[in-house]
Design a protein around this ligand. Structure first.
Ligand code: IDP
Ligand code: MG
Length: 140
């Protein structure tokens, strides 16, 4: 295993319900360190660009609207196997299928408003971190 970084987003459904601290506690209790974090309100252009891999999917327009519906907290998490570890802590995309105790099982409102985003590969993590953060904004 190696120390990795991954990009996490606490989505608008979770910031609206003041869940940032509870979600961050789950990361920290499970060995992921928050090495950069900021609260932003994504523009439509940014949301469309960030999720462009899903541009042909039927849920794309609604997903873009949702991601712009309120503030989000974007963060860089660091730790052993951080990409896979974060995906494990998040749980399945559909909260109905997420394992008990995972962030989505605990907090998600729906398959769309599912509280968190996490990069799905080391390659995408690097791309997504660069999308949101300058090198000088990340500790270490
Ligand atoms: P992931 O976030 O677990 O990696 P993806 O398949 O990459 O899931 O989908 C990106 C995001 O799009 C999901 O987190 C969720 O917000 C939304 N989404 C995915 N599938 C659906 C769907 O079937 N209906 C509505 N929204 C969806
Ligand atoms: Mg994904």
């Amino acid at each position: 295993m190696a120390v990795e970084r991954t990009l996490s987003i606490i989505k608008p459904d979770a910031t609206r319900r003041n869940l940032t601290g509870k979600i961050n506690a789950i990361f920290e209790e499970n060995g992921l360190r928050i090495v950069a974090q900021k609260r932003i309100w994504m523009s439509r252009a940014h949301a469309k660009e960030f999720y462009k891999v899903h541009a042909e999917r039927p849920f794309y327009a609604s997903l873009v609207d949702f991601m712009c519906s309120g503030p989000v907290v974007v963060q860089v998490l660091e730790g052993e196997n951080a990409v896979a570890k974060n995906r494990e802590l998040m749980g399945a995309t559909d909260p109905a299928k997420a394992a008990p105790g995972t962030i989505r099982a605990l907090f998600a409102e729906s398959i769309e408003a599912n509280s968190v985003h996490g990069s799905d590969s080391a390659e995408n993590a690097a791309r997504e971190i660069a999308f949101f953060f300058a090198q000088t904004e990340i500790v270490g």
